[in-house]
Design a protein around this ligand. Structure first.
Ligand code: ARG
Length: 457
């Protein structure tokens, strides 16, 4: 491609470090799409002839078919996808191929290809997250009133409903979804026509190529157009945050599916057995989801580090953006799909949840609240009285609701048997009616809100 200036070819090691075809062949469809749009614009502007444009476009479509049927010969000597395609085009259509690169550089070419690819991937993530959220909404609807213990510090805190817990994940993945949409809107500008970095003297029409490629508008600054990889960084950062949410979910699935917790039973489809211990059912997909988060975080840090020292405009360092994004995308797609499957398929063990919800003195706060409401005790004093009741129940190895009224009255004389109403987990959960609280009615309101929001798209 630059034979005019060079007397000899590259050293083998130069070729090895320089070539990106091993991974950027993934961009073939975007590359061809971008080139066809560019050629059409060149012809419309009278920069190339209509005959040449037709030959170019036909040649490019042939190449696309060759790649998709596996007959295309990729060459490492030709470095990357752009030069592999262009070289094949020269073989197929002759001199017209050489006119395609008028008013364009690989710098804006790769930027447009990669943006198109990331945009498509964001659409895939959007779709996958919507399905995951839908799976949680189903579980939440089914279990809006199913009690389970809520935890802080992984210690029993207060009873909540499983539906409410599911809706917490809906909020998390809902934020991820809105990050996907923000990122998609921000990247929706076409860098094509920025050329190497300075723009071009040819009378190109960047608005028409932007439109043809489905971008909202062209980028405004040619230097930034070829220097910017924010869209890749944003993809990686939103992926890292989403992976973090998936990992927390995975961790909970691992814990809940232990015989000790027994809150859920994994489906056969989403668990594995042990080669030696016949009783085992392991949550491998959840464990791998938890683990793969590290990989995505690594890709984010890697690309941030690549970009942090780069002077404007293009530097070859930026070629390192692709493997990070491709691997993160493939990994995230797999993680979201696996967690969607696990959440949809798991059996919720409502009895084990209810039993656990009532243990660990989970309604102690309800007792304290009753003392405040009924006897007008200051909350700190009510906390102290309740602490003594818990200590007494613990000494007797019984639940709070099993204490005799006389025992409770020995701690505070004002207590009446009305107290027993608030000590049940159902009552506790039902009383948390504040906006966003765990009362089943509130949970159903949250579900309705999200259904409506998802329906709006
Ligand atoms: N393979 C290159 C990349 O991914 C394409 C751009 C090359 N541009 C250049 N001036 N060497 O970044």
């Amino acid at each position: 491609m630059w034979g005019g200036r060079f007397a000899s070819g590259p050293a083998a090691i130069m070729e090895a470090i320089n070539a990106s075809i091993g991974f950027d062949q993934k961009l073939y469809a975007q590359d061809i799409r971008g080139s066809i749009a560019h050629s059409e614009m060149l012809a419309a502007q009278g920069i190339i002839t209509a005959e040449d444009q037709v030959a170019i476009a036909e040649g490019l479509r042939t190449i696309q078919r060759e790649i998709e049927t596996g007959s295309f010969q990729f060459s490492r000597q030709l470095e990357d996808i752009h030069m592999n395609v262009e070289s094949r085009l020269a073989t197929l259509v002759g001199p017209a191929a050489g006119r395609l690169h008028t008013a364009r550089s690989r710098n804006d070419q790769v930027a447009v290809d990669f943006r198109l690819w990331v945009k498509d991937e964001l659409a895939r993530v959007d779709h996958a997250l919507t399905k995951l959220i839908a799976a949680f909404l189903n579980r939440a609807e089914e279990h809006a009133a199913t009690v389970m213990p809520g935890f802080t510090h992984l210690q029993t805190a207060q009873p909540v409903t499983f539906g409410h817990h599911c809706m917490a994940y809906v909020e998390m993945f809902g934020r991820d979804l809105s990050r996907v949409r923000d990122a998609s809107a921000r990247l929706d500008e076409s860098p094509l026509g920025a050329a190497a970095l300075a723009g071009t003297g040819f009378p190109i029409d960047r608005h028409s190529t932007a439109q043809a490629l489905g971008f909202r508008e062209p980028t405004r600054n040619s230097i930034d157009s070829v220097s910017d990889r924010d869209y890749a960084l944003e993809f990686l950062s939103l992926s890292a945050i989403c992976a973090t949410h998936l990992s927390r979910l995975a961790e909970e699935i691992v814990i809940w599916s232990t015989p000790q917790f027994g809150f859920i039973r994994l489906s056969d489809a989403f668990s594995t057995g042990s080669s030696i211990m016949p009783q085992k059912k392991n949550p491998d997909a959840a464990e791998l989801t938890r683990a793969k988060t590290g990989r995505i975080n690594g890709h984010l840090i890697a690309l941030l580090t690549v970009m942090k020292g780069l002077p404007l405009a293009y530097s070859k360092d930026m070629q390192e953006d692709k493997e990070a994004v491709f691997d993160a995308a493939e990994t995230l797609d797999l993680m979201v799909a696996a967690m969607t499957g696990m959440v949809s398929d798991m059996t919720v063990q409502t009895e084990a949840m209810a039993r656990a919800a009532g243990s660990g003195y989970s309604t102690a706060t309800d007792l304290a609240d009753w003392l405040v409401r009924t006897l007008n005790l200051p909350f700190r004093e009510a906390h102290h009285v309740t602490g003594r009741a818990v200590a007494l129940a613990e000494a007797k190895k019984i639940g709070l609701e099993e204490l005799a009224l006389a025992d409770l009255q020995s701690i505070h004389a004002g207590i009446t048997d009305a107290i027993f109403d608030v000590l049940s987990v159902e009552n506790s959960v039902g009383s948390r009616t504040s906006y966003g609280g765990t009362a089943p009615d509130q949970v159903r309101k949250q579900i309705a809100y999200w259904k409506e929001r998802l329906a709006q798209g």
